[in-house]
Design a protein around this ligand. Structure first.
Ligand code: ADP
Ligand code: ADP
Length: 228
């Protein structure tokens, strides 16, 4: 369902963030993207949601070439994607419910964010009782859960997550990871950049390892590090 062919991203002539990336992802796969800071993990995720445009190669999602999508049609792509970024944009003085509704409207998804659906996804992530809390009253882990609720509200076939357990304590990190595994069990493809070596080594899935913008490993049930 996702194919990358010789994908490159050059931010400027001195800086190739990604070079010649090739891989295919099937519906329902869970893929960890690992590698040191600056390896290109975030850039890869940003290319997949067209937050950044590739400078070489092609990304095919379903039957669409991402690099050919016109800016005005991007909302169609975004409807197919749930995105959990490192810095999730929320409005601090809006409630959880208002934030989710606002973001759906802002992305022009055309979805009517009815209260029942918001309530249902908040329940799914264990945040039902926080619907009317303000975002700035929540812990980082709770904010992550709201970000996940927002990402799954349209039942997207693909979820992209950039280090969703960064800055979380072990207990919260585990809860967040369990949510992603649960979402994946419903055949949602999950592509997750992570530094969580324990998780990658414990719950084995496909691993893509980036280094200096090159894909140096693509391994089923791989560990966090090829050396280990
Ligand atoms: P990672 O997520 O693995 O830490 P990134 O994808 O953030 O890596 O970065 C890969 C490389 O691309 C780094 O050298 C980074 O400095 C560079 N880079 C990322 N975003 C930009 C940008 N907007 N402009 C210029 N260089 C960038
Ligand atoms: P991440 O690794 O998640 O991208 P960073 O702190 O490295 O987090 O980057 C934060 C933002 O700055 C991102 O949007 C990234 O694209 C951008 N960025 C990263 N490196 C550079 C760079 N060398 N020049 C310009 N922008 C950059």
């Amino acid at each position: 369902m996702i194919s990358l062919r010789n994908v490159s991203k050059e931010f400027n002539s001195k800086n190739m963030a990604l070079t010649g990336i090739n891989f295919d992802a099937k519906q329902g796969e869970f893929i960890y993207v690992v590698g040191p800071s600056g390896a290109g993990k975030s850039t890869l995720l940003k290319l997949l949601c067209r937050e950044e445009q590739l400078t070489g190669g092609s990304i095919i999602m379903g039957n669409t070439r991402l690099e050919k999508i016109k800016t005005r049609s991007l909302y169609k792509l975004r409807r197919q994607l749930g995105i959990v970024l490192q810095t999730d944009l929320f409005i601090p003085y809006y409630s959880v419910f208002e934030n989710i509704r606002y973001c759906l409207e802002a992305v022009g998804s055309g979805t009517f964010a009815d209260e029942k659906r918001v309530q249902a996804v908040l329940k799914e992530v264990g945040m039902a009782e926080y619907k009317d809390s303000y975002l700035n009253e929540l812990s980082i882990g709770q904010q992550k859960k709201v970000a996940i609720a927002r990402a799954i509200i349209n039942n997207p076939p693909i979820i992209l997550a950039d280090e969703p357990t960064a800055n979380l304590d072990a207990k919260s990190a585990l809860e967040i990871m369990k949510l992603f595994f649960k979402i994946n069990r419903t055949k949602t493809t999950v592509i997750m950049a992570t530094h969580d070596s324990t998780m990658v080594n414990t719950v084995r899935r496909r691993v893509l390892e980036l280094q200096n913008g090159y894909l140096i490993r693509d391994e089923e049930n791989g560990g966090f590090s090829s050396i280990a």
